[in-house]
Ligand binder design. Structure first.
Ligand SMILES: [Zn+2]
Length: 387
């Protein structure tokens, strides 16, 4: 049933509750559901969302109607619940719209329905040093879409995962990253090699200790996911360290709200230059989403330019910046582990900050490969796997 209504989307919408009554008001209908919920739908909204093949191109399932092409005061000549349980609207202009009750309920905008949708959005599960690290097997991820989905959900919600049993041939990383989607290329290549080099174009390519940071904070959009794959690790030192940047931001918000505020408000410039490129981005260290939740951390002390804040803001920016870095050094937040050949880290680069202890290249070889995949690719892949 409901084919007329259902083709407006690639997803299917289960019938949560049937439509039992519909009442017409001046500018909207008010429907009553079998479970007692009442949802208003403005006439404009209904006309705007008409799923018929004149309003939505059936091949792309994208809208061709633009709401300005129908009258603002449009009202229906007839509204009822039809034999299929759909909301049937006969518009005065002679157009007919039918709305699948599953789709309608999924998009209802009464207070209760909106609160329900907000509550069902995926939430970051914050962690500290006692995280039970989610570990996955390469062979399963490459063959089993159920295992793949579990892994991707852990990357999305926890922001730090490890994969074991990965082949140690250079380039193997590409195959597993492409299980998600496109790799995001950068000036460091499709895959970058993390090795100590004499002509290093980044501190990452030295044997130095690297403090907790996100990669490419120098870009308007920092890469969403980062992969680090260990091929060889014979050198002493070089342990990986991670902190949940969202957990630190949350703790800062509670323990020192003024510093939290300063890091959300005052932009800081990050820079990365070499002979051929010059990347710069001016943005606050903590970014909030439209609902005021922490959505992103941008931090790499070794890529930061001099602060350029007002004379009044400078002391509070330093206080906040020092506090944030001190917190990244606190044991309560830090997870430290040495990566062995055939293991890889996959983490949310815009949330989970990573660091490396100094290593001693004289004690043996060390070779990691890395790459990036954007968050959009991860989220899209999860939604398609869940269809
Ligand atoms: Zn239509």
């Amino acid at each position: 049933m409901n084919t007329a209504a259902a083709f407006a989307d690639f997803r299917t919408y289960p019938l949560i509750s049937a439509l039992t009554a519909v009442q017409t008001l001046a500018d909207r209908v008010q429907v009553t559901w079998a479970d007692g919920r009442i949802s208003p739908f403005h006439y404009q909204w209904l006309r705007d969302n008409c799923p018929c093949p004149l309003c939505v191109y059936t091949v792309t399932r994208e809208q061709v109607l633009e709401i300005v092409d129908v009258g603002q005061d449009l009202i229906p000549s007839q509204v009822h619940i039809d034999a299929d349980g759909c909301l049937y609207v006969d518009w005065q202009e002679g157009h007919i719209s039918r709305f699948d009750p599953g789709w309608l309920r999924a998009h209802a905008y009464d207070e209760e329905s909106r609160a329900e949708r907000r509550a069902s959005k995926p939430k970051a599960s914050l962690w500290r040093s006692d995280l039970q690290l989610p570990v996955f097997e390469y062979s399963e991820l490459m063959t089993d879409t159920g295992a793949l989905r579990q892994w991707l959900l852990a990357v999305r919600d926890i922001g730090l995962t490890q994969v074991r049993g990965v082949p140690t041939e250079p380039g193997s990383l590409k195959l597993i990253a492409q299980r998600i989607s496109f790799i995001r290329e950068s000036n460091f290549g499709v895959l970058f090699n993390v090795q100590s080099k004499a002509d290093a174009d980044s501190n990452a390519y030295t044997a130095f200790n690297l403090p907790l940071h996100s990669d490419l904070p120098t870009r308007e959009l920092q890469p969403g996911l980062q992969f680090l794959h260990c091929l060889v690790n014979d050198a002493e030192g070089g342990e990986s360290i991670f902190v949940d940047g969202f957990a630190i931001a949350q703790a800062l918000r509670e323990e020192d709200p003024e510093s939290f505020q300063a890091l959300c408000e005052i932009p800081v410039e990050f820079r990365n230059k070499d002979r051929h490129s010059d990347y710069r981005c001016l943005a606050p260290i903590i970014a909030l989403d439209a609902l005021g939740q922490v959505a992103e951390i941008r931090m790499a002390n070794f890529l930061r330019g001099p602060f350029d804040a007002s004379v009044d803001d400078m002391p509070r920016l330093y206080r906040a910046y020092r506090r944030f870095i001190e917190m990244t050094r606190e044991a309560r937040f830090r997870l430290m582990q040495r990566l062995n050949p055939g293991e890889l880290w996959c983490f949310d680069n815009r949330r989970t900050l990573h660091a490396r202890n100094a290593f001693d290249p004289a004690t043996g070889a060390r070779h990691f490969q890395g790459c990036y995949v954007d968050r959009d690719e991860l989220l899209s892949r999860i939604l398609v796997l869940q269809r």
